[in-house]
Design a protein around this ligand. Sequence first.
Ligand SMILES: NC(=O)C1=CN([C@@H]2O[C@H](COP(=O)(O)OP(=O)(O)OC[C@H]3O[C@@H](n4cnc5c(N)ncnc54)[C@H](OP(=O)(O)O)[C@@H]3O)[C@@H](O)[C@H]2O)C=CC1
Ligand SMILES: CC(C)CCC[C@@H](C)[C@H]1CC[C@H]2C3=CC=C4C[C@@H](O)CC[C@]4(C)[C@H]3CC[C@]12C
Length: 506
Amino acid sequence: METCPSEPSDSGSPLKTMVDTAEAEQLLRQGLGKRMVRGDGINRSTAVSGDSDMLSGGIHHYEQITQSAQSQRLKRFLTTTVMPVFLLAFTPNLVVIIWYTVIHCEGSYLKMLSVFSHRSILSGLSDMWSLMNYPSPVVIWTLVIYCVYALAMMKLLPGENVTGPVTPKGNVPVYKDNGFIYFVVTICLFWVLTICLHPFGISPSILYDKFDEVIYALNAFSLIFCAFLYIKGLLTPSSTDSGSSGNIIFDYYWGMELYPRVLGFDIKVFTNCRFGMMVWALLVCIHSVKSFELYGFVDSMFVSAFLQIMYITKFFWWESGYMRTIDIMLDRAGYYICWGCLVYVPSLYASVTFYLVSHPIHLGPVVTTIFLFLGALNIYINYAADVQKQEVRGANGNCLIWGRKPEIIRAKYQLENGDEKESILLASGWWGLSRHFHYIPEIMLAFFWSAPALFDNIMPYSYVIWLFILLTHRSYRDDTKCNKKYGLFWHQYCKKVPHKIVPYLF
Ligand SMILES: NC(=O)C1=CN([C@@H]2O[C@H](COP(=O)(O)OP(=O)(O)OC[C@H]3O[C@@H](n4cnc5c(N)ncnc54)[C@H](OP(=O)(O)O)[C@@H]3O)[C@@H](O)[C@H]2O)C=CC1
Ligand SMILES: CC(C)CCC[C@@H](C)[C@H]1CC[C@H]2C3=CC=C4C[C@@H](O)CC[C@]4(C)[C@H]3CC[C@]12C
């Protein structure tokens, strides 16, 4: 699940909040003392009993405050240490579990769980790991060559310079907007190479067969890479949007820098877009090739792959918009985002077509058409909502939303350095239905590319289930973030649009 223990969001590190708790406790003690002294002086002439009432009331109040400070400290400990430790220990195993379920348990989580029936969780997991092969040179070289290619293309491909949103420290990151062209070039190159190498018996489907090695290599690389990012953030941060929380575990998990750059390469553009999203698309193509090699054309694979590629194409088309989302504005470059995009996205996000390779299902033309239509419709709605927000802001509110003048709130907010800024909150169109209406089509579109696997197993719905949890949690996170940022203006928006995701319900 997505976690933001400290909501370091606008203020930066969780340290501030941890210190705040202690400071608040001290201030409250002082404040209480003052009130008691004042109470002494003021009430003496009016009510003698008032003093003792105040004293006992004060002590009671003080106990309550101490208790709440303690529970806050406990909560902070859970979210900044226990949760990260759990995720660091569990998530590398999770991707192995996914692989093991598909390859060794016919895609059944029930069969997979039987591994743990007569032994401890640790020995069950170690059995799964023992089935994984160490990365062979072909896998290592493929990954290295892909990374070098992706980095080179980041520099070489043309693209306008676009700016990200102003960061809490007042920095304005600049990105080269060449994601879409990179996506098109890479997909074309993939198919050209696949066709040209076919006569020599070389197929990209080798990466399906050796996916255990891929996971191994990605896990190992990412863990080291995140350590590198931690040290880099400590010694040579790229911008003032960085800092330590004082808790090394949390810093490793959450990251030190908002947008680190190494040799001029933006790390998040690389991990999230050029690696995570692109490798997801390539894996879908690889799974389709493998399925074709095994059975020829399979309509369920076609529906799932087509919808996923359509969704990823949309992502790259809108990449500069993505650079204005929570992942970029709020989440630092640590294990959560970097391991997530380097390992979790390739393993979980591409898991439906991974499953379909060993479960060829014939849907027939009617079901195929319905799934394709509904999936594409939801991709369109999700995209339309993302773009609507961007357009209103781009046009400074001078545009039409669903044929009408948009309802907007001009929300003022302050940067950490005290500078005042203004932003537009759209309260009509998709953004007038609920505050995150676009999460509904996001979940639905994922459902329609998973449903071709039909309903024999839960496994192909792992991504939909994950998305449901992630987006529900994200709707809270975003509310907290916007509340902190816009204060009363956000309240005004919430009054107009009272529901988080589902209109009239939630
Ligand atoms: N497949 C996946 O794993 C996931 C996919 N997604 C998808 O990514 C896309 C981006 O989602 P997400 O990152 O959650 O961000 P959102 O698109 O929900 O954007 C949130 C930000 O938009 C601004 N905002 C909020 N309300 C309004 C409004 N009414 N008018 C104008 N601006 C507003 C705020 O930023 P500001 O500070 O600029 O005001 C807020 O922080 C979506 O399509 C989502 O479905 C998201 C998460 C996971
Ligand atoms: C530590 C892990 C268990 C959690 C890792 C989570 C991340 C991999 C994901 C968290 C948010 C995800 C994304 C947000 C928005 C996106 C836009 C969408 O159009 C495409 C997908 C994505 C980039 C998506 C990718 C995975 C996350 C970063």
